[in-house]
Design a protein around this ligand. Structure first.
Ligand SMILES: NC(=O)c1ccc[n+]([C@@H]2O[C@H](COP(=O)([O-])OP(=O)(O)OC[C@H]3O[C@@H](n4cnc5c(N)ncnc54)[C@H](OP(=O)(O)O)[C@@H]3O)[C@@H](O)[C@H]2O)c1
Length: 207
């Protein structure tokens, strides 16, 4: 059976997966780019980047993935549902190259993009959205792409097989938390931690 995976999900020391005040100008709110600075410095992101431990984790994002599920808050800034022209942040050729299922209470017709990405908009419980994505993924794995609200829903429903969280040494103080309501989650997984010279800690939760 295909697995449900999460990669490169970055949180602050106080557990926030995004900052407060998300907008078109500030996709991560007051967090700015600080949650993903570790990743932007890697070869996975930039040909001139580093090739060490951060890169080794980062590049596991792509192989074996046949579909992604993301939340409405990752697909666009608050209110994108009112903009019929909004096609996501990523331009005409988004970096997914698979079907992507966007969870939203205000679905719209699918958007076929260049490079093999099609955005499908679904109003469904996590387990039902996963069944649709799994069918489309054609025996490959399904990635839960975030944000924190969506990932928390899938974790609460016990649907995630492999979770890679990157703890970044910043304190955000406000935003959207990942771990709320997930008491004792760690008991369901083998947990490992790897510290990187960059200052982040890679945590893997594997069922
Ligand atoms: N830290 C990271 O590595 C990382 C990764 C990805 C994204 N992000 C950031 O995280 C932020 C978004 O996270 P977020 O927690 O605010 O939002 P989110 O998880 O992306 O989306 C939550 C929204 O998705 C819709 N939704 C979720 N579950 C649903 C369901 N079962 N049925 C129907 N609709 C459902 C609802 O939107 P509606 O009610 O509006 O339809 C809900 O408010 C962005 O700033 C993004 O840039 C961070």
């Amino acid at each position: 059976m295909s697995r449900v995976r999460v990669h490169n999900f970055s949180i602050s020391l106080d557990g926030f997966g995004t900052g407060d005040g998300q907008s078109l100008e500030a996709p991560f709110g007051h967090a700015g780019q600080r949650l993903h600075a570790w990743m932007f410095a890697t070869r996975f992101w930039d040909d001139a980047g580093t090739a060490g431990v951060d890169n080794a984790f980062a590049e596991r994002h792509e192989p074996g993935i046949g579909a992604e599920i993301m939340g409405a808050g990752k697909f666009g800034p608050p209110g994108w549902q009112d903009d019929a022209e909004w096609r996501g942040w990523w331009g005409p050729n988004p970096p997914f190259h698979t079907p992507v299922y966007v969870l939203t209470h205000r679905p719209r017709p699918p958007l076929e993009m260049d490079g093999g990405t099609t955005f499908h908009f679904v109003d469904a419980e996590p387990v039902d959205a996963l069944a649709v994505a799994r069918e489309a993924a054609d025996d490959q794995d399904i990635r839960i792409g975030g944000g924190a609200t969506t990932l928390r829903e899938f974790l609460a429903a016990g649907l995630v097989d492999h979770l890679h969280v990157v703890q970044v040494p910043i304190v955000l103080g406000r935003g959207v938390r990942l771990w709320d309501g997930l008491e004792a989650l760690e008991e369901q997984y083998d947990v490992e931690a790897v510290s990187s010279p960059s200052g982040v800690t890679h945590l893997t939760f594997t069922r």
